[in-house]
Design a protein around this ligand. Structure first.
Ligand code: DGJ
Length: 700
């Protein structure tokens, strides 16, 4: 007997038709009520020269039911039960939640599908679980979450990247065939960020219907978007399981990672602002509700050259420019004089620090700053005491020699002795020293991820979560940054147990503009580590004036990544100014609604944040402007009837190459109504390439 179920949120509806199986028939704008005739109205015809029955795009599409695209489940029990077909046996409906119980008695499998729609943010969460009730083990090959989309979702925006170039986007047409991304790197990866957007024709920052999806998982994954030959389409994501990786004994279950989705009628901005709100309310939790402290991280300042007196001098300068948390990066532990040695030996190097770490920490604390320390717990160097004692702790496969990465190997976290050693070392560091912050790095991919001969990315990923959780349970006041050669482990699941991401090793402000913009589609600014780097960027050798560097770091979780002792006076004054500016607007930046505006010049980024009263807008000219004059900045996110005090807060101080005469309003305060700002706009100065300005709009 068919029925229709309906979940609603503030602006969104999810309508599910339940028959033998269940099928989402609408995920989009909110519907006030479901008509009785909707069941009939949504009955599909059966097309000629195909199967004789209609095949629903069910919650977990089944090959055995006649779904010829990627199925939601794959597996077998000693070569049987490989084409299961489930039927719904129970549905529980809560206010914002539906739980479906399904079974296939022939295949001896139970399935449960949990769907939640968050009222305030419209964010949908789906998770699927499978239980083996047969006597023989069930070899699970795949269990993914599928979400259907309407036929007018015709364009994709997907992500790609590499080290120092994370979060790059590309647009693809989505009419036939589809898109598939497989991540086999064993960490979330720079290359295969597990999220994407699908939208109506020409969707943009501010316009169009857009569906955003994001898999919460830090290991291997498959993410795809498919158009069936009948025109129906769907997105699907799940863990990519290696052969034999998950074997369910009788009574055992496996749950997929959570798959998040969000629909908006107002372009990419609509989706990203809801994801941000959801992350703030449901994913990230800070031990203490306080402003995000401004960082100084020592890496690009001194690398492995650790001299405590000098580091203390750096700390003194750091405090002087306004830094609030001082982090000693790689190089502090015994034998770590370069990147080839010592990972695993998490004991202080007493030759570098003969008086211990305590005097440095005391100095940092006395200056009013918190202290943080870098670790890379999952790794081991061949040249280390740990490797010499426990070569068998390496995650690998006997009989093979796997390639190292950054001259290091991965530890097998499912080995209890290894897990306990790591916990003991980290726990000791956090107990012994006054450490408020760990920068948790992870600098290589998993090549032969074997635990006792079996594939182990799944187990390794779960064990990592367990290690972090156990450590935070013992030290709940500590914050953790997820770093992985920059942005190699940025995802919702790791963010449930960490507090900040190192977005990229690339501190080149020009590259960072694109990286940070890509990241901003899913993550709010306060979890995006953004640092002012040295004037010459270490990854690109490109040089930037402090205006471009400061303005680019300003709207994330700000920091500096350099040696302030050696910085020029001009630079130091710049660090101080941009840090002060960041602090002035930090509350708004880290709690407001972030947006990006569509621009007619693709070489210009315009983005900002608002709390419904005040707005802060950055205009960054990435390259030579497309035309001699910039287009007026039409600000759509102001209230049409409200009045605003408009001021220029920041602009490059250097002379302008492209502008002979400045608009006179730059030196004044303007009073403008919302509809003037929305429809006529504000005429901008002509910015030189690689420079940025900051505008403030205060509602009066
Ligand atoms: C890679 C990180 O991304 C850098 O920020 C730095 O911490 C180095 N590792 C240290 O080895």
């Amino acid at each position: 007997m068919s029925q229709i179920l309906h979940l609603t949120s503030e602006r969104c509806s999810l309508v599910i038709k339940v028959d033998r199986n269940a099928e989402i028939i609408h995920w989009g704008n909110r519907i006030s009520q479901i008509d009785e005739d909707l069941l009939l109205a949504t009955e599909r015809p059966v097309s000629q020269a195909r199967l004789d029955v209609d095949v629903p795009l069910s919650l977990v599409p089944e090959m055995g039911a006649g779904h010829f695209n990627a199925p939601g489940i794959e597996g077998h029990r000693d070569r049987s039960a490989w084409a299961p077909v489930f039927k719904v046996v129970a549905v529980e409906q809560g206010e914002q939640q539906l739980v479906f119980q399904l079974e296939d008695q022939t295949a001896q499998l139970l399935m449960s599908v949990n769907i939640e729609l968050d009222y305030a943010t419209d964010v949908l969460k789906k998770q699927v679980s499978i239980t083996n009730i047969g006597e023989q083990p069930y070899q699970l090959g795949k269990l993914s979450c599928t979400l259907p989309l309407p036929q007018h979702a015709v364009e994709l925006m997907t992500f790609h990247g590499r080290w120092s170039r994370e979060f790059q986007t590309q647009r693809l047409s989505f009419s036939h065939g589809g898109f598939m991304q497989e991540n086999r790197r064993g960490r979330t990866s720079h290359e295969n960020f597990p999220g994407m957007f699908v939208g109506s024709k020409g969707f943009s920052e501010q316009q169009g219907q857009v569906w955003g999806v994001k898999l919460a998982w830090s290991g291997n994954h498959q993410l795809r978007a498919d158009v069936k030959s009948d025109g129906r389409r769907f997105v699907q994501a799940g863990e990519l399981l290696l052969a034999g990786e998950v074997v369910l004994e009788k009574g055992e279950s496996y749950s997929s990672p959570e798959f998040y989705g969000c629909f908006s009628n107002s372009g990419l901005n609509g989706v990203s602002e809801r994801f941000h709100k959801y992350v703030r309310e449901n994913i990230v939790s800070f031990p203490v509700d306080k402003p995000r402290p401004v960082h100084l991280n020592t890496w690009e300042g001194i690398y492995f050259d650790h001299r405590p007196e000098y580091i203390q001098e750096m700390a003194t300068e750091a405090a002087e420019i306004g830094v609030e948390r001082f982090i000693i990066d790689d190089g502090w532990f015994v034998g770590r004089d370069g990147e080839r040695t010592a990972l695993g030996d998490w004991y202080l190097d007493e030759t570098k620090y003969p008086d211990g770490l305590e005097p440095v920490i005391a100095h940092v604390n006395k200056l009013g700053m918190e202290f943080g320390l870098w670790v890379e717990p999952e790794m081991i160097s061949e040249d280390s005491m740990l490797y010499r004692a426990h070569p068998d702790w390496v995650l690998g496969l006997e009989g093979y020699h796997q390639p190292s990465g950054r001259w290091q190997y991965v530890l097998d976290l499912q080995n209890d002795d290894c897990f306990n050693y790591l916990f003991e070392r980290l726990n000791d560091l956090l107990t012994r020293y006054n450490i408020s912050y760990l920068k948790w790095d992870m600098n290589r991919e998993l090549v032969q991820p074997g635990h006792q001969g079996s594939p182990a990315v799944h187990g390794q990923t779960k064990a990592l979560y367990r290690l972090v959780d156990q450590l935070l349970a013992a030290h709940p006041e500590v914050e953790i940054e997820s770093c992985s050669s920059g942005g190699g482990r940025i995802d919702f699941e790791i963010l449930k147990r960490t507090h900040r991401f190192w977005a990229s090793d690339c501190n080149d402000a020009l590259e960072r503009q694109t990286i940070q913009r890509g990241m901003s589609y899913f993550f709010p600014p306060e979890v995006m580590g953004a640092h002012i780097g040295p004037d010459e960027a270490h990854t690109t050798r490109r040089c930037h004036h402090i205006n471009m560097r400061g303005m680019t770091a300003l709207s994330g979780h700000m920091g500096v990544e350099l040696d302030p002792v050696r910085a020029s006076d001009e630079d130091k004054a710049g660090f101080k100014r941009y840090i002060a500016l960041h602090k002035q607007y930090r509350q708004l930046l880290h709690s407001g609604r972030s947006f990006r505006l569509d621009t007619h010049d693709e070489r210009q980024h315009v983005y900002g944040v608002t709390d419904e009263n005040d707005l802060l807008i950055t205009v960054c000219q990435l390259a030579m402007p497309d035309h001699a004059l910039p287009a007026p900045l039409r600000i759509s996110c102001v209230e049409p009837d409200a009045r605003y005090k408009v001021t220029l807060v920041e602009m490059p101080e250097t002379s302008f190459q492209l502008m002979k005469q400045r608009p006179s309003w730059l030196d004044k305060t303007l009073i403008l109504t919302g509809d003037n700002l929305r429809e006529v706009g504000l005429t901008l100065p002509i910015l030189d390439p690689e420079s940025a300005l900051l505008l403030s709009l205060e509602r009066i």
